[in-house]
Every structure is written in C-alpha cells, then in structure tokens.
Design a protein around this ligand. Structure first.
Ligand code: 5AD
Ligand code: SF4
Length: 475
C-alpha cells in the first residue's frame, strides 16, 4: 500500500555539516489565532530535562492559541504525549499509554491526540503508530514544535491525520512562547543536539547536530527570569562543555557560566557535562561564582577502557578517573553523580568488575544505572551480544547496592547540619511535609510552618537516608 505521508529517516538524521545553524524567529500566522478558544489541553512528558523544556514550549504555543491547560486526559480536547526514545522501556510505556487513549477517543471523536518528542523521530515507531494506533491524529518531531499551530489547524479543517517530522540537523528558533511549569526554577536551553555519537545512543539522531544559542539570547532569558523572581536556572544541553564551539566566537561554556552568574540569579545548575573537554576555564568559573551550585553530573557509562572504546566515549578509564580526582580536589564539598550502563554488548565479567571498582574509587553521591537497551539505527544495535538477560540483571543489582552504599555514606556528612533548601512545595508523599533541594542537589523533606514554594530556608537535618534527607525548619 502506498503511504501518503513522509516517514522520518535515521539515515538522514545521521548527517552532519560544518555550517552554522540558522537562527529563526517564531511568528504566529493570524489565521491560527484563537483556534483553541474554549478548548483544553493536557501534556504528558517523558524523559529528560530537554523534553520538560520542550513541553513548556508546547504549552506556551497552545496558550497563545487560546487553549487552556487542564489536569487530566479526560477533560482535554488536545492531548500531547512528549516521548523519550533512549531506552525500549520508555517507548513501551508510551505505546501502552497511547493504547489506553483509544477508548477516550472513541467516546470523544473530536479529541486530538498528538505524539511528539524523540519517538516521533524514529521511522519504525512512526510506521507502527500510523498502522496500529489510528487514534493518534498528529505526529510532530523535535524540530517541528513550532509547527503545532499549523498542524492543529489542518486537522480541524481537513479531518485528516498529520505527520511533520524533519530528519535534519536543526535550527535555532528564538522568541517562541513558553509557559513554564514552575515559578521558582527554570530550564534554560543553551544548546541543542549532540555530535558525540556514543554507539548506544539515539539522541544524536533524534535531536540533530550540536548547535549553540547565542549568548545574548541566553543571558537575556536568565535576566528576565531574575526579574520574574526565579531563584534557580538549570542550563541545558546534551553536552554543555561543547557550548559555543559551533559559533567559533572564542566564547566557551566557562565564559557563559561567568556571565550567567553575573545576572545575580541565586542558583545555577547545568546538565550534562561530558568528561570530554571539561576544561580549566569551566573549573575556574565554577570556583569563582558562589551561585554556581556545588553539584556535577559527570556520566562515566563504564569503568572499562575497552567497553568505553566500543561505546565511542572518547576517554579511557584512567582519563575519567584522573579528571574525577582533579575535580574532587579542586572543588571540595561538591556532590558528584553519574550515569552507568551495564550489559553493553559482550561486556565481560572483568569489564563489569572495572565498572564496580570505578564506583568504589569515585564514591558517587548517586548514579543513574541502566541495562543497555539496543536502539535500532545505532551502531551498537548491530554488535554481537552473548551476555544473557539474567546476568545483566544481576550486575545491575550488584551495582545498585554499591551505589546506594556510597549515596548513604555521602549523606551521613549532613547529619545534624543546617543546610539551605530551595523549597519546591509540599512533599509529594506527605502533605504535612515540605520538600526541596540543597545546593548539592540533595532532596530534603522537612517539617515547618509558613513556608512557600521558592523560599530559600535553613533546615536542620535530623535523619539521613541513601537518597534523601529529613529535617526541620530552623526558625
Ligand atoms: N541503553 C541504556 N541506557 C542508555 N542511555 C543512553 N542510551 C542508552 C541505551 N541505549 C543512558 C546513558 C545516558 C542516559 C541519559 O541514558 O547512561 O547518559
Ligand atoms: Fe547520547 Fe553520548 Fe550524546 Fe550523551 S553524549 S546524548 S550519551 S550520544
């Protein structure tokens, strides 16, 4: 059967050139204004911070069109599922969710269901959705968020399903509306895409090439956030150390950190740092600015040089450990977290032991640990893998035990100490308790009165667990 839609292509998405990415400015065509009047939307977000920020852009665009947000799928006229493709588990969850929406659509035929994010960039996924999940009306990719008004308009006027997914390197679009989901902490994109092509990872294909926003646009955004009363910004990029390289302006991430710190925002965080190119300008900037938080996320992925090479991580075990030791020495009191993949194709027992011994060496404050998940279109998906699932699960469990041990050990330092907490609000688990984070990014649950979201308060830590701290407000 001939397809009347264009599928995304991972082959095209792999291409890279040295050209500077185009900077565009978002404009809303008059004919789309008010198409959302009287209608409600609901956005479900999966995956990383980049997706959280993209969902805020989608919300901003929908608000501009006159839609109103609502708090459940059932009340919505438009549902967007913003998806993650990093592991198969995340994808299966989304397909389950889309499946469950079928009944809702049956009872409410005017409901518009949209699939967005990284899964939309995968040709196989789009084929499956088009053939088996007919309840989905719109599929739009990570490069096509600003087409949302046009796509909605077309579905209303033609009653046809619409796909718009570009498999291209990507542009930089400024002046796009945004409705932030929090009033005290904000995500700020500093760059998009990734050129590292770690062999297991789908992100360079789904999010295009590494491209930096101009520093003026970033600083202006942070200054605006300060004016609006925001207390924290988190600078986002798949690999923030590469900031500015594509612009060739002799202005790197270290320079940007200094300029963002000069805005006076109370707290600055950044994710993710690749161990590659964690340079001295960065370290100096982090040291010199007290509003840059004492927390660094530095993914190791594996502690074995051979596996790291197969992963195309561009560093050896020794290089990672020596960078880690240098950071630990230069930045005392900082918390360090990491990402680790176990069960990469043909990971031997010895290779896994190397990962464990790297964990013993670094004693991370926390680690996000994953079993390798083959991603179609990536080089590692074709690697031979003789390791069975059970072995991988046992390795994950052994690793998690050591991670929890060191997480707990690191947290012991905080027992009976008074820490500063930026309050997120009432705890999700217990409505008599507030929660927030310390500068080191430790989750604190505490009791107290007259506290509100966005307050910076002092809390005495009374109890220490592996992944959170309990305490009481210091009056
Ligand atoms: N399988 C398992 N984990 C993965 N990650 C990325 N791709 C995969 C994959 N195919 C992990 C890495 C990365 C984190 C965001 O997700 O550890 O740092
Ligand atoms: Fe994926 Fe590697 Fe890029 Fe991170 S640096 S997004 S793991 S390819």
């Amino acid at each position: 059967m001939k397809k009347d839609y264009k599928l995304p292509s991972l082959d095209d998405a792999r291409k890279r050139n040295r050209e500077l990415s185009q900077k565009l400015s978002f404009k809303l065509d008059d004919k789309y204004k008010d198409i959302g009047k009287g209608k409600k939307y609901f956005i479900i977000t999966h995956g990383c911070q980049a997706n959280q920020r993209d969902s805020e852009t989608m919300a901003g665009i929908l608000d501009t069109l006159g839609y109103e947000s609502c708090d459940s799928e059932k009340k919505a006229d438009v549902i967007i599922i913003n998806t993650c493709a990093v592991r198969k588990g995340a994808e299966d969850k989304v397909l389950g969710e889309v499946g469950a929406l079928k009944r809702l659509k049956y009872n409410k035929p005017d409901l518009i269901i949209c699939l967005a994010g990284c899964m939309a960039q995968e040709e196989e996924t789009v084929k499956i959705i088009m053939e088996k999940y007919r309840q989905v009306d719109i599929i739009f990719g990570t490069h096509n968020i600003t087409s949302l008004p046009k796509l909605l308009y077309e579905v209303y006027t033609t009653k046809q399903r619409k796909i718009e997914v570009y498999s291209k390197m990507g542009d930089i679009v400024e002046s796009v509306p945004v409705t932030r989901f929090m009033s005290h902490k904000a995500w700020v994109n500093i760059m998009y895409g990734c050129d590292k092509f770690c062999t297991y990872c789908i992100v360079p294909y789904t999010r295009g090439k590494e491209r930096s926003r101009y520093k003026e646009d970033i600083i202006y955004e942070v200054e605006e956030l300060v004016r609006q009363g925001y207390k924290e910004v988190c600078l986002l990029g798949q690999n923030v150390n590469a900031y500015g390289k594509d612009l060739s302006l002799d202005y790197t991430f270290g320079n940007l950190l200094n300029d963002v710190a000069a805005t006076g925002i109370a707290r600055i965080r950044f994710v993710t740092s690749h161990p590659w190119d964690f340079d001295d300008t960065m370290i100096q900037a982090i040291k010199n600015n007290p509003n840059i938080m004492p927390y660094i996320h530095l993914p190791i992925q594996s502690g074995n040089t051979e596996i790291l090479k197969k992963m195309n991580r561009r560093y050896t075990r020794e290089e990672y450990l020596s960078l880690f030791d240098k950071l630990k020495k230069e930045l005392p009191g900082f918390a360090f977290t990491t990402d680790i993949i176990v069960g990469f194709p043909n990971e031997s027992d010895e290779a896994f032991e190397d990962t464990l011994s790297a964990v013993e060496h670094c004693q991370f404050d926390n680690a996000f640990t994953f079993i390798y998940s083959p991603r179609e279109g990536t080089p590692a998906a074709k690697f031979e893998d003789k390791i069975d699932r059970k072995t991988k699960e046992e390795r994950l469990q052994r690793l998690n035990e050591r991670v929890a041990y060191y997480a707990n050990l690191n947290n012991q330092k905080f027992k009976d100490k008074v820490v500063e907490v930026l309050v997120d609000g009432l705890s999700k688990r217990n409505s008599n308790v507030y929660s927030g984070y310390t500068p080191e990014n430790k989750l604190v649950n505490f009791t107290g009165n007259n506290v509100k979201t966005g307050d910076l308060v002092k809390v005495r830590i009374t109890e220490v667990m592996s992944f959170s701290l309990n305490g009481e407000l210091v009056e």
